[in-house]
Every structure is written in structure tokens, then in C-alpha cells.
Design a protein around this ligand. Structure first.
Ligand code: GLC
Length: 442
């Protein structure tokens, strides 16, 4: 694709600029550490440039793995002056956290199995087996931890404890639940007195990016408060669940986990390992339980609140993620594709908006409340192809490439006029545009 030479060069330069030798930061200044799902998406792009470096990107995630199997959503760069960021988390309060690496105390969507398989696609069979053997123990431990610790209901759907765990930080279903179930007295006071603006002094993101493109101060404070509670309970799941009223089985996370478990089974098969029976039973169960997230009345899938067991009927891009999960029926997939093509919902000039147009939250510039992101587009394109919607996938793919070609690798883009927003030189945008151009299977 010679017409894509410029965008490829630009994207490669971004990855080079953010390269820290063994891992890649998402963006200078705003995101100076290693993030779990960022590194997975980055590796998916890097595999086209330097396969060894792509493997190193994923292996470097394992250094942060907790002894209970959790892969933390952030690994802090302790050599850096941003080191104080890790003090919010104080992960060493958990017995399971590694001694020599500072990490956060929560996880992020389990895209690792996908990234391992994508790297495997570039390798010969013998090399692929070696690669899978290297990654299998950590992957297995991670998936087992998810089922063991995050499935309190026992139906195979896993819960998340903080919006950061979904990767879609300020996505409306979580903001909605936060507003309904998590408003400490001081938050209402701050809101009433407008003192929350003081928080701007402490926020790095609103100094780097216009505040209108980020989450508001009140919610930023509440997010911090949820971390504080998790930390005060030393990241002990029993203590957390004993009191928490803010626990959600998130639709995006579970869709990715369903797919990741398919990958894990394929990986195990290729290296002749038998997955533990308890794990295969849970995987099967999760497939059946997934349908409980379907709401027949509105013909949509939603996230589910754990304490109340109710679906959170607040629309967002998560509604399309079951296409990526790949376990839904063709009939359901058809419905989701109709939503994708609906001009009141997801059919913007530059798809796919992170919130449908008819949502009260829709804001084309604000973080996960409207803009299009390359990673969610990548997941949707993958899902559409698997259900045979190649033409739909090709349109989103081409528009994603066009947007980056026009504006370079920004963090996110306005889905109506394509104007760029968020951080500049954002790594997963660069990596995934490379993959969208070069992956021959796409
Ligand atoms: C933002 C995104 C999150 C990402 C992180 C680092 O917080 O919401 O998904 O992992 O930035 O890029």
C-alpha cells in the first residue's frame, strides 16, 4: 500500500520516540509508565516492524505480575521523576505484589492472549511453539486469577473494581453507577461550592490537554477515592467485596475475556498442554452466562452491577464488543451491525464513536464519552470480519487509517469532523494504524 507510506513512517516514528528499550510509554508527559492493554496493542503493531521488540514488549509486562496471577494495569518507571505516581497505589500493601517492581493494584482488559497470538502469526510453527511456551504460564495464571478472584457470583462473568479496569475510564455506564452509588458527603459539598476546580492544580492531564477533552474534576476525585478504598483494604478481594457497592461485570472486559479464553485454548493445544478442568468448565460457563447481559427490551448487551444484579442500561461502545467476543449468535450480531449503521447511534462520519449520538453523555471531544479511538475500532473491525461483515469492517478500517493519515497519531478523534484530541504521539494509535495497514488477514 504505497499511498500509506507517510502514515506508516509517522506511526513508526511515534513508536520509536516512546520506546524505553523494553517497553513503550503510551505518550510522553501524560502517560510516562507502562500500561497493560497499551503494551498489548503496541506489540500488535510492533510485530510488523521488529518481532523481537514486540516479544520484549509483552515479556516486560510479566515482570509486574503478582504472585496470585494478577497482571497490574500499570507498572511504574521508578527511575523516573514521575515516581510519585506509584505512591497513590502503594501496591506493596498487598502480600502478592512483587517486591522489586512498583505497580498499580488493579488490572485492565485481558488483551494479552490476543497479542501473543498476533505475534505468533508472524512466526514459523517451531518459533511459535517456543513463543507460546514462554508466555503460557503467565497467561494461564492470569486467566485463572480472573476466574478465581473476580467471579464471586460463580457464573463465569468477571467483575471489575474500578473504571480504570475497563480501559474506557470515563465511559457512561460507570459514571452513571458512580453518580448513583458512590457520592461521599464531601463530593456533594465540593460540587455545590464549585471548589472542585482546585483539583486542576494537581491534575497532570488537564495541564497537558484542554480540560474539555478530559473527565471533570469531581469524577477525577471520586476515581481517586475508589483507589484509596482499594488500597486501604490492601487489595484483598474479600475485604473489598465485604463492603463495596461499586462492583460491575463490565461488558467490554468480559467480551475481551471471552475471546482471550478462546486464544488461551488454542495456545494450549498447539503446545500440547491440557488446561486445568476447572478452567475449561469456567470458560464454558462464561459463554452461557454471557447471554444474561442481553436486554431483550432494548435489544442490547449491557454491563451488570454486582450487588444489585441489574443491567446498567446506559449505552456506550461496549454494546458492540460482543462482536469481538465472537460467542454471540448470528442473529444477535446482525442486530449489533444494525446499531452500528444507525445514524442516531454509531453511524457518524468518522466511526465508531465511544458513545452513541443519542446518549445524553455524547460529547465529541471528551475522553471516552464520544470520540473515536483506534483500539476500539480495531476490536470492532476484528469482530465484524469474524461474523462475515467484511464490507462494514473495510469502511471502518479505511476511515481509521484516513483519520490518522490526516492528523497523525493522536489519542482520540472527534467522530463528526475527525479533529484530533487528547495526547499527541499516542503509541497505540500508531501501532494499530500500522496493523490496520499491514495485516494481510484484515
Ligand atoms: C487512559 C485510557 C486507558 C489507557 C491509558 C494509558 O487512561 O483511558 O485505556 O490505558 O490512558 O494510555
Amino acid at each position: 500500500m504505497s499511498e500509506n507510506t507517510d502514515v506508516l513512517d509517522q506511526a513508526k516514528a511515534v513508536l520509536k520516540r516512546n520506546d524505553q528499550k523494553s517497553f513503550t510509554i503510551p505518550a510522553e508527559g501524560l502517560y510516562p509508565h507502562q500500561w497493560l492493554w497499551d503494551s498489548c496493542f503496541i506489540a500488535i503493531g510492533l510485530r510488523h516492524i521488529d518481532i523481537d521488540r514486540a516479544q520484549t514488549e509483552l515479556k516486560s509486562l510479566i515482570r509486574g505480575q503478582w504472585s496470585n496471577g494478577m497482571l497490574p494495569h500499570m507498572i511504574f518507571d521508578s527511575s523516573h521523576w514521575y515516581n510519585q505516581d506509584s505512591s497513590i497505589w502503594r501496591s506493596h500493601l498487598s502480600l502478592y505484589a512483587p517486591d522489586d517492581v512498583n505497580t498499580s493494584g488493579i488490572t485492565q482488559p485481558p488483551v494479552l492472549a490476543e497479542a501473543v497470538v498476533k505475534i505468533g502469526e508472524q512466526l514459523s510453527l517451531a518459533e511459535r511453539r517456543t513463543w507460546y511456551q514462554q508466555m503460557y504460564p503467565s497467561l494461564l495464571a492470569y486467566h485463572q486469577w480472573l476466574f478465581h478472584e473476580r467471579d464471586p457470583k460463580g457464573d463465569g462473568l468477571v467483575i471489575q473494581l474500578h473504571p480504570y479496569e475497563t480501559g474506557l475510564d470515563s465511559t457512561p455506564p460507570w459514571i452513571d453507577q458512580l453518580n448513583k452509588h458512590y457520592m461521599p458527603w464531601w463530593a456533594s459539598l465540593l460540587k455545590a461550592t464549585k471548589l472542585d476546580t482546585v483539583v486542576n492544580l494537581f491534575r497532570r492531564d488537564t495541564r497537558t490537554v484542554p480540560p474539555g477533552q478530559r473527565m471533570d474534576n469531581l469524577h477525577a476525585l471520586l476515581y481517586y477515592d475508589v483507589i484509596r478504598k482499594l488500597r486501604d483494604r490492601h487489595y484483598d478481594i474479600d475485604k473489598i467485596l465485604a463492603k463495596s457497592d461499586f462492583v460491575i461485570a463490565d461488558l467490554t472486559f468480559n467480551s475481551i475475556f471471552i475471546r482471550a479464553n478462546q486464544h488461551l485454548m488454542d495456545i494450549a493445544k498447539l503446545i500440547h498442554r491440557d488446561l486445568p478442568e476447572t478452567l475449561t468448565a469456567k470458560i464454558k460457563l462464561s459463554h452461557n452466562s454471557f447471554e444474561e447481559l442481553w436486554d431483550a427490551y432494548s435489544s442490547q448487551y449491557y454491563s451488570r452491577n454486582l450487588p444489585t444484579n441489574k443491567l446498567i442500561k446506559e449505552p456506550s461502545i461496549a454494546a458492540l464488543m460482543p462482536l469481538y467476543a465472537g460467542n454471540i449468535t448470528k442473529e444477535r450480531a446482525k442486530q449489533l451491525v444494525a446499531d452500528l449503521g444507525d445514524e442516531k447511534q454509531f453511524a457518524t462520519k468518522y466511526p465508531v464513536p465511544s458513545v452513541p449520538l443519542n446518549s445524553k453523555y455524547f460529547d465529541p471531544q471528551r475522553y471516552w464519552q464520544g470520540p473515536l479511538w483506534l483500539n476500539t475500532n480495531w476490536l470492532i473491525i476484528d469482530g465484524l470480519k469474524r461474523y462475515g461483515y467484511d464490507k462494514h469492517a473495510a469502511i471502518i478500517q479505511q476511515k481509521s487509517i484516513d483519520v490518522v493519515a490526516r492528523h497523525s497519531s493522536y489519542e482520540y478523534f472527534n467522530p463528526q469532523d475527525s479533529s484530533p484530541a487528547g495526547a499527541k504521539n499516542f503509541s497505540w494509535t500508531a501501532a494499530l494504524v500500522i496493523d490496520l495497514i499491514l495485516d494481510k488477514t484484515k
